[in-house]
Design a protein around this ligand. Structure first.
Ligand code: ADP
Ligand code: ZN
Length: 517
């Protein structure tokens, strides 16, 4: 490690390792198979570049990002490190020069695009060269269920077996499913030494609120941060336009942005956001890939994101400069219904849909969290941490109560009406409201009729929302959002398990608007 520390400053010009880097560098240098999960910008490249210099022979780096490979080769060459790249963008001369340097034993790092692995020529070339390590960047590209699947990544496992050298895989995608797939496909199922570090973004304050009066909530949040650059993410294109309008009327400079816009106006918004101070962009998730503004001071979600990964990525755009940044995510039963039906109605195979429901559940669990939100978020990514003192739940610990009885009443209303109705009708039954619909169905005769009068309508809405958040009930897209019980609910109904609910959500719901009785 002495050598590594010296190279860190002499070659890379850094005074110290970032969190996590030293351990990874040590394991990779020692030739152990490793899987390192670090967020984007966490400093992954150093974790294979430095070991490449410490080890004899050549390190092959597989990466799907041609521009990034070229940047790294250029930066390494400037630092006096012999590096070359084989990509489809090469001229014949460039390729020949790389081959010559490789054969002459002059290269330390050889970057390769995955397509290159498909040619038998390249495989032969590698088997004759003194390769001592394979580094795989963006290792999640090996996952067939991910958005970035690269079929050629499936050849990497074969290459590792043929060369019989250690492999170090890197990715920013932390979910357990993708990790397992990486282990299967790159390491033949033999668990590598795994590192997971640096997912915390301590300068970002985390907060969720149930949607009570969503537009008001966003306007208030923006008003408290007037003059600061921020992003509001919306679930639909139409909403980006109306909400941007509302923000302008409230005196903020605000633009909308979505995938349905022409390229020119889109680029204009991106450029203005980059250039101006204090612009608010109200956008769909289409806004983000190209956004590289370090001083975004806040991110708000007017609608619930689609998964916990999407949430993390979207709030992560705030505060890249390390200065304090704030976030607010709104959520309500409509969001849950929409996200569930988007998954169910999609074209993905059934296993994929189950995984997507699980990712959404993780986000709902975060929304309904009862302890430190950051701890809940980081534990999803596999990182242990202490209560952060910098989230809404640490600021104001929620009051909890035993909600078993209330949940059981809600579930029995669902069950006795054949899992055929949405929350509105169920709440009427629980409150004993003999509406036309209730009478038409004869529901005023049910044993559940009027058993829930200890709560009012808004409180019941909060209870049903928490039931959805805990995945006890799911809206059925085939029946206009009729609530159906999940397996987990049956244990509660049978009295085998109890459940804790947050009272603050119920209080907030009540104080938001006087209840019409
Ligand atoms: P990613 O994990 O997204 O691949 P990079 O490897 O590109 O991230 O690193 C992100 C940035 O952090 C780069 O600008 C890099 O120079 C810088 N960096 C990496 N390690 C250190 C370090 N130990 N000290 C200071 N800066 C570092
Ligand atoms: Zn906290």
């Amino acid at each position: 490690m002495q050598q590594a520390s010296e190279l860190l400053s002499s070659v890379f010009g850094f005074t110290e390792f970032r969190p996590g880097q030293a351990e990874i560098v040590e394991a990779v240098t020692a030739g152990r198979n490793t899987l390192a999960i670090m967020p984007t910008g966490g400093g992954k490249s150093l974790c294979f570049q430095l070991p490449a210099l410490c080890r004899s022979g050549v390190t092959v780096v597989i990466s799907p990002l041609i521009a990034l490979m070229r940047d790294q080769v250029r930066a390494l060459s400037e630092a006096g490190v012999a590096a070359g790249a084989l990509t489809s963008g090469n001229t014949e001369e460039e390729t020949n020069a790389v081959f010559d340097a490789l054969h002459a034993g002059e290269l330390k790092l050889l970057y390769m695009a995955p397509e290159r692995l498909a040619s038998s020529g390249a495989q032969q070339l590698l088997s004759r060269a003194p390769i001592s390590l394979i580094a795989v960047d963006e290792a999640h590209c090996v996952s067939q269920w991910g958005h970035d699947f690269r079929p050629d990544y499936l050849r990497i496992g074969e290459l590792r077996r043929a060369l019989d050298v250690p492999l170090a895989a890197f990715t920013a995608t932390a979910d357990a499913e993708t990790r397992a797939e990486i282990v299967t496909r790159l390491f033949d199922g033999h668990a590598p030494e795994t590192f997971l570090r640096g997912f915390d973004r301590p300068n970002i304050h985390l907060a969720f609120e149930p949607k009570n009066s969503p537009r008001r909530q966003i306007l208030d949040f923006a008003a408290a941060r007037k003059g600061q650059s921020g992003i509001v993410y919306c679930g639909t294109r139409a909403k980006t336009e109306t909400l941007a309008q509302a923000l302008r009327e409230a005196g903020h400079p605000a633009c909308h942005y979505h995938g349905g816009m022409e390229p020119d106006p889109r680029r204009e918004v991106e450029a203005r956001f980059q250039r101006d101070d204090g612009l608010i962009v109200v956008a769909t998730v289409a806004f983000g890939m190209g956004v590289d503004k370090p001083d975004i001071r806040w991110v708000a979600h007017a609608d619930l994101p689609k998964s916990i990964e999407a949430y993390y990525q979207e709030i992560g755009r705030a505060g890249r400069d390390g200065a304090p940044a704030e976030t607010l995510t709104l959520f309500g039963p409509e969001d849950i219904r929409l996200r569930r039906s988007q998954i169910d109605e999609g074209l993905a195979p059934p296993e994929r849909k189950m995984a997507d429901h699980a990712r959404l559940n993780a986000l709902l669990g975060l929304a309904e969290a009862q302890v430190c939100r950051r701890q809940t978020l980081l534990s999803y990514f596999g990182e242990d941490s202490e209560p952060c003192g910098h989230c809404d739940l640490c600021d104001r610990p929620p009051e909890l109560f035993d909600g078993t009885e209330a949940v059981r009443k809600g579930l029995s209303a669902i069950l006795r009406t054949g899992e055929y109705f949405g929350t509105g009708h169920l709440i009427d039954i629980l409150l004993g409201n003999a509406t036309d619909k209730v009478r038409a169905r004869g529901h005023e005769g049910l044993p559940t009729f009027g058993v829930g009068k200890e709560f009012d309508k808004r409180q019941w809405q909060a209870i049903f929302r928490q039931m959805m958040g805990h995945d006890l009930v799911r809206p059925d897209p085939e029946r206009h959002g009729a609530l159906r019980m999940t397996h987990a609910a049956r244990a509660i109904l049978r009295g085998e398990e109890s459940i804790t609910l947050r009272r603050d959500a119920i209080r907030a719901a009540k104080s938001a608007r006087p209840v019409a009785k």
